[in-house]
Design a protein around this ligand. Structure first.
Ligand SMILES: *[C@@H]1O[C@H](CO)[C@@H](O)[C@H](O)[C@H]1NC(C)=O
Ligand SMILES: *[C@@H]1O[C@H](CO)[C@@H](O)[C@H](O)[C@H]1NC(C)=O
Length: 368
């Protein structure tokens, strides 16, 4: 049996299991879902802000159910949307959306903001974005609003039983340390010391999430930063991934797993779950054809080498079939690639999910 055929068969089987799982889940009310982080998981908060980090124009959203831009950095659905789908929930509304009121608060909320990082100075060029400390403040404000709706005890329970996703770190490299040659941070820190600093700040953020009531938190490491079309366009001679950025991800991700293990043993429970986004992405980046892509180097939407220069706009090259491209724009995966990533989050082995995958989490949590 060739590998693409066995992949197809196992996808079909897993797809069936996941479908059955989500039907069973829908019998009860879906659990709430909270999302924190950057553009990989922003459902549209930045559309309400005076910033240049926005996905508010065609062709963003071209494959979204409405075929309109929503602020998501995708041709269609993004990672949180597909997780919502899998847990049988409505997609999370951006926290800044005026529609996020009343019963809709029970679904959860999305606090993510494109351009942000672990550090406050990451993404300063985008001006007005919601930095992570502000996202956590909004989470607290959300809980006050939820308490007014369902009472303090109910609100506490909803938050404790919720699923949380946090995606941070990529911008601390691409939109800070490596943004320009001789950046302030790269003059201040050698790369290994910068990573240690980032991780120590990330630990405080995760500890704060726990204080605020989060009890199941998916923490994604960074993807293969050196292999995105933007970095290929800027740093690659023959299409090979940028060594420095791959090295940055290679230092960051294992240390993130270490602090996750440390926090879990401190709180005496598997609260934090590491998702190995690097490995999930590398599978289709290094063998795109096995996953139905024609390329993992050229973005569907963009211009210049690898369609990796500048932004995806109405004036860019646009591929006719987005499902054939691993990257939608110079930095962000296509919906098809996001589906492959969430598939591993759901049912991946220990290579991808530590200490367990989301289907195991759901089975465990439905018994308590
Ligand atoms: C980032 O800014 C917030 C709010 O001003 C502050 O509380 C926090 O300590 C800052 N973080 C760092 C790492 O300086
Ligand atoms: C992940 O999910 C699959 C399918 O539900 C399960 O068989 C497997 O043991 C899980 N792996 C881990 C590491 O939890």
């Amino acid at each position: 049996m060739d590998s693409s055929y066995s992949f197809l068969v196992s996808s079909l089987i897993l797809g069936l299991l996941v479908t059955l799982g989500s039907v069973a889940q829908e019998a009860e009310a879906a659990r709430a879902f909270f999302v924190f982080g950057d553009s990989l998981v922003d459902n549209g908060n930045n559309d309400y802000l005076a910033t240049t980090a926005r996905a508010d124009a065609y062709p963003y959203g071209i494959d979204y159910p409405t075929h309109r831009p929503t602020g998501r950095f995708s041709n269609g659905l993004n990672i949180p949307d597909i997780i919502s789908e899998q847990i049988g929930a409505e997609p999370t509304l951006p926290y800044l959306s005026p529609q996020l009121t009343g019963e809709r608060l029970l679904v959860g909320a999305n606090f993510a903001s494109a351009g942000i990082g672990i550090l406050n100075d990451t993404g300063i060029q985008f001006l007005n974005i919601i930095r992570i400390s502000k996202q956590l403040e909004y989470f607290q404000q959300y809980q006050t609003r939820l308490s007014a709706l369902i009472g303090a005890e109910g609100a506490q329970r909803l938050v404790n039983e919720a699923l949380v996703l946090i995606t941070l770190g990529g911008n601390d490299f691409v939109n800070n340390y490596y943004l320009v040659p001789f950046s302030a941070r790269s003059r201040q820190f050698a790369l290994p010391d910068y990573v240690v600093y980032l991780i120590s700040e990330y630990r405080k953020i995760l500890a704060r999430l726990y204080e605020l009531g989060a009890r199941r938190v998916l923490v994604t490491g960074t993807g293969p930063l050196g292999c995105v079309p933007a970095e290929l366009a800027m740093r690659s001679r023959n299409g090979e991934c940028s060594v420095e950025l791959q090295q940055a991800a290679g230092l960051f991700n294992p240390q993130l797993v270490d602090i996750i293990n440390g926090l879990n043993s401190e709180v005496g429970a598997d609260v934090f779950v590491a998702a190995n986004a690097f490995a999930m992405n590398m599978d289709f980046v290094s063998n795109p054809q096995a996953y139905g892509f024609v390329t993992s180097k050229v973005a569907c939407c963009g211009q210049g080498p690898y369609n990796g220069i500048g932004l995806c706009t109405v004036a860019s090259n646009l591929c006719p079939n987005r499902d054939l491209y691993a990257f939608w724009d110079p930095f962000h995966p296509s919906e098809k690639a996001n589906r492959l990533i969430v598939q591993q989050i759901m049912v991946g082995s220990n290579k991808y999910m530590n200490p367990m995958n989301l289907s195991t989490i759901m089975a465990l949590d439905s018994r308590t």
